[in-house]
Design a protein around this ligand. Structure first.
Ligand code: ATP
Length: 140
């Protein structure tokens, strides 16, 4: 029965607001040292997360939902997980055409390093976000 299952309150927050707020079975987030799987009653943590894929295992059907996330932090305490990230999109909401355009813009900037207006770090972050969106959306 769903009521008896161990659950984790998962909140995914971006500067635009609350993208996810629901009780789930498990969450996987992209940590700096690799994927971090979080089950209910996980040890309390605060940790940095990086551009990558987050996954949520739903209680209702035990299916995994995939999201593309930007850099941020995860906090786990009691049975609550908060993922605070600069961007997050559910796989089904990703606009792959837009990501491809962002990728080619970023690659153009990266080929112009040395020019005063070319910000290589910014271009690299943008390239990673775009590649990640394409991977999560399955469009690459
Ligand atoms: P772009 O140049 O296309 O805006 P970006 O990497 O500069 O890409 P971000 O700063 O990462 O964009 O994101 C800005 C906002 O747009 C965020 O709310 C993010 O979730 C959303 N977003 C960016 N790219 C996509 C995409 N391909 N599909 C859906 N939402 C996107």
């Amino acid at each position: 029965m769903e009521e008896n299952k161990k659950r984790l309150k998962c909140e995914i927050v971006t500067p635009e607001g609350l993208l996810v707020s629901e009780d789930v079975a498990m969450v996987v987030v992209p940590g700096e040292m690799g994927e971090l799987g979080v089950l209910p009653r996980h040890t309390p943590i605060v940790s940095k997360t990086v551009i990558g894929e987050a996954r949520i295992k739903h209680l209702r059907n035990e299916q995994w939902e995939h999201l593309a996330v930007g850099n941020g932090y995860v906090k786990m305490q009691f049975d609550r997980l908060l993922l605070l990230v600069d961007t997050a999109e559910k796989a089904t909401d990703i606009d792959t055409g837009r990501a491809r355009e962002a990728l080619s813009r970023a690659e153009k900037w990266l080929s112009r390093t040395g020019e005063p207006e070319a910000d290589a770090d910014r271009a690299e972050q943008s390239r990673r976000r775009a590649l990640n969106r394409l991977k999560v959306a399955g469009g690459k």
